[in-house]
Design a protein around this ligand. Structure first.
Ligand code: F6P
Length: 357
């Protein structure tokens, strides 16, 4: 049976997007008479009607390639049903372009925001399949997203390198790991990199507790400390504030990122040589790890199998060791923070790693 598939990648990029696109495309070409349309820059291309007919050869040689061959953009879900100054009804435009492309289905690769719009389009009657992407690993209903393990490898390699230089100079290095709302990446890379302190958005910290560890290590002839902090971590006091209030307080403080703040505070409080390191987008760049290539391929093939069976309105997922799928309506937009009693948190605590609480 012939099926015409539109594919888009939306939101922040991550390693494994191309591997997943390739997985969908190759399996689709193998399994049925597939035609594939590449939509430019996520939902922007769907709204504005920017797309191209893909050739089979365009999916070749992209397994190891970072980023996305289709391009991406952030199109916040909260604006999707709002008609702005340009007077464009975005939902109507997406439905019109879906019809103009003569699609049998739309495959969306993205995170929580992407899934919310995918669910909206599915409820509007389009045939949609979601694939869970993000280095943050914060999509409900799947144990892991593709891109996460590569980012863990990169962040761990950063911490490893900081370890040797921190030890040589006896410094306290605070490394800021990506993750605004979820601390999965910091938790995993902090554990893998042997950090002494791990600070997550889900577990508000007290700087005095962090200082105690650094001080105790210094007394113990461990002149250096490594602190892995998620970019979205906050103090106990900040956690009690509303978002706007917290932002105002940080503006007043001259806040320049969480790692910079903590490094400065520890220098002042303990007298150590504190340093901040922010690897930033390095964590999202480059080639996917072997784990993510396998996961991306499994996810992509599963999406093609759903298309083959004409089953739509799902997001592909990894649950235990099985590749499966959830109804978009059941998972779209539900966050997946690190549970404070998660077994990984317990493992870290039992190893003597401090969470600053
Ligand atoms: O969602 C992944 C992520 O890397 C977050 O960890 C981070 O807060 C955010 O994207 C930043 O992305 P951008 O600067 O591209 O909006």
């Amino acid at each position: 049976m012939k099926r015409r598939i539109g594919i888009l990648t939306s939101g922040g990029d991550c390693p494994g997007l191309n591997a997943t696109i390739r997985g969908v495309a190759r399996a689709a070409y193998e399994m049925f008479d597939a035609e594939i349309v590449g939509i430019a820059d996520g939902y922007r291309g769907l709204i504005e009607g920017e797309w191209q007919e893909m050739k089979r050869s365009q999916f070749s040689g992209i397994l190891t390639l970072g980023g996305t061959i289709l391009g991406t953009s952030r199109q916040p879900f909260r604006n999707m049903q709002v008609i702005g100054e340009d007077n464009v009804d975005k939902v109507a435009a997406m439905k019109k372009n879906y019809a103009a492309m003569k699609l049998d289905c739309l495959v969306t690769l993205g995170g929580n925001g992407t899934h919310k719009t995918a669910n909206l389009l599915s409820q509007e009657g389009l045939n949609v399949i979601g694939l869970p992407k993000t280095i943050d690993n914060d999509i409900y209903g799947t144990d892991f997203t593709f891109g996460f393990h590569t980012a863990v490898d990169i962040a761990t390699a950063v911490i490893d390198r900081l370890h040797t230089t921190a030890a040589s100079h006896g410094r306290t290095i605070v490394v800021e790991i990506m993750g605004n709302k979820a601390g999965w990446l910091t938790l995993y890379s902090g554990l893998a990199g042997g950090a002494d302190v791990v600070l997550l958005p889900e577990i508000p910290y007290d700087i005095k507790e962090v200082a105690k560890v650094v001080e105790a290590r210094a007394k113990n002839k461990k002149a250096f400390s490594i602190i892995a902090v998620a970019e979205g971590a906050m103090t106990k006091k900040e956690a009690k504030m509303k978002k706007k209030e917290r932002e105002a307080a940080r503006l007043e403080e001259g806040f320049n990122g969480i790692a910079n703040r903590i490094a400065k505070e520890l220098t002042e409080m303990v007298g150590v040589e504190g340093r901040a390191v922010v690897p930033g987008y390095i964590q999202r760049g480059g080639s996917p790890s072997a784990y993510d290539r396998v996961l991306a391929t499994q996810f992509g093939v599963h999406a093609a199998q759903l298309i083959d069976r004409g089953e739509y309105g799902f997001s592909v997922a990894l649950v235990g060791n099985n590749i499966t799928h959830n109804r978009l309506a059941d998972i779209a937009g539900i966050p997946k923070p690190v549970p404070v009693d998660h077994q990984m948190v317990k493992v870290a605590r039992d190893m003597g790693i401090l969470f600053g609480d």
